[in-house]
Ligand binder design. Sequence first.
Ligand code: NDP
Length: 309
Amino acid sequence: MAIVIIRQDGKIPIWQEALKKAAPQIVVYSYLEPHPKEEIIMALVWKHPKGQLMDYPNLECIACSGAGVDFIFEDMERPKALPITRVVDTMLAKDMSEHVIAVIFSYLKYLGHYRVDQMRKIWKPMQYRRIKDFKVGILGFGALGSVLAEDLVRFGFRVQGWSKSTKSLENIESFAGLDQLSAFLATTEILVCLLPLTDDTVGILNASLFEQLPKGAYIINVARGGHVVDADLIEYLENGHLSGACLDVFHEEPLPTDHPFWEHDKIHMTPHYASVSDTESVVPQIIENFRRLQRGEPLLNVVSKEKGY
Ligand code: NDP
């Protein structure tokens, strides 16, 4: 019984090393080397080549090495009956929270704006904004969104979240379902998207949603590029309804150099690196699931195929 790692970003050796260090007795192959395919019971994947998972006749589990599993559902040639697991990790959540908080403070204190002024030798102070001036709304109130919400509350932000089911977190207002989306948006001045990409959430950051935000709202998308209707975002930045956007994720990555986002003065971009699975932190849950597979026990962090996340 063995694990195969399938990913195309050059990080297979790092994962192999981390697994070997934590559990030297477990056999781990790279899909790029010759390996006995019938021995593989777990595929540890990240943006694997479509169809690749059909190569393993005894595969029992598709283990995503990150939190978002949209790329697995997009692979129509995968063994569909198999369980899919994903990463739920404190460090991943903290890294995401730190990223979003950095973006929010940069926005509040005009840091990006001053950097541009500096390059042009412009000295122009602006009245800075304070934590108390903003209510932050988080779309997607799960493993990542809820940690961010609690961290923001500790800083003194007013925070609310939107999810499928109602949540109960101290000092954080919870909105649930499409019925409560408008009320959530009407009082959100900084909107953070941390939704999974599913049939229900694709294109959710569109003109109709932007229209329901207060004038001057700021958008932070750290979920998936597919959540955004790019042309609608540009329209609402240019008509002044939105004050700006910070985007970490895009429909196509790397973003093509002719995309209008690159040169838009109201868009701040980062290269899909808000939060990345740390091998040392994540490997224990992969190993635990491998052992559970061997013992025939229920797996941790199983994705719902019905919900798509
Ligand atoms: P979770 O599955 O833990 O949370 C998802 C949240 O979204 C849940 O609160 C869920 O509601 C809510 N939700 C899902 N569908 C709907 C819907 N149709 N309507 C309302 N609410 C909905 O995911 P994570 O927090 O772990 O991760 C979120 C996403 O972040 C990932 O899917 C991934 O795409 C992205 N990500 C981005 C990274 C980056 O570097 N940019 C790094 C890591 C993740 P409920 O709780 O009621 O089920």
